[in-house]
Design a protein around this ligand. Structure first.
Ligand code: ZN
Length: 183
């Protein structure tokens, strides 16, 4: 679905900056996957020399250097995805890039990822979207698109019925407006 159908919220000073919640959700998913990949590679790097003891030295070195290379790529991916999510959250691109440079300091990196991820989760949960361990599940993404039934994703634009004809859920989205479910 294109961006103009995304549910927008105002952030920043006076809430003047409009951001797409779907972009936030997708950005958070990408960041969490990159971070998981980084941690997984780190664990492999620590474990491989202990587990693969019988391996010839050359093979072991190749494996370790390969994992170091992969770790480097994952680290770059985490930084890029953090910048992308910050921009999706309405942060200034220049400021986001400056903060990303600070991620070269490992502790700063962890804190920044945690803070950006937490902000994304808060914003999404405020809108009644579930945020799991690896971000918003695919079947929750339709809640971030205007005119879709928040329960089943059925297109309810232009419908006047009080309930979704597909699943029977009460309509929370009308005329592009978001209504928070009462329950
Ligand atoms: Zn429905």
């Amino acid at each position: 679905m294109s961006e103009h159908q995304d549910i927008l919220v105002g952030v920043g000073r006076n809430g003047r900056k409009q951001i797409s919640l779907k972009r936030v959700a997708l950005g958070q998913r990408a960041l969490q996957r990159a971070a998981a990949g980084y941690v997984f590679t780190m664990v492999a790097l620590v474990a491989v020399p202990r587990v693969a003891i019988g391996l010839p030295q050359a093979a072991m070195l190749g494996l370790v250097y390969g994992l170091i290379g992969l770790l480097f790529i994952m680290a770059i991916a985490v930084v890029l995805m953090t910048v992308r999510l910050m921009i999706a959250l309405g942060r200034n691109a220049v400021l986001a890039s400056f903060l990303a440079i600070g991620m070269l300091i490992p502790l700063v990196g962890v804190l920044l990822v945690a803070s950006v991820d937490g902000r994304a989760s808060r914003l999404l949960r405020q809108r009644g979207v579930k945020v799991g361990l690896l971000g918003v599940p695919v079947d929750e993404l339709h809640k971030l698109i205007r005119g879709a039934c928040p329960k089943c994703g059925y297109d309810i634009r232009g419908l006047t019925a009080a309930v979704c004809p597909e699943c029977g859920a009460a309509q929370f989205y009308q005329a592009g407006q978001v209504h928070t479910p009462a329950a």
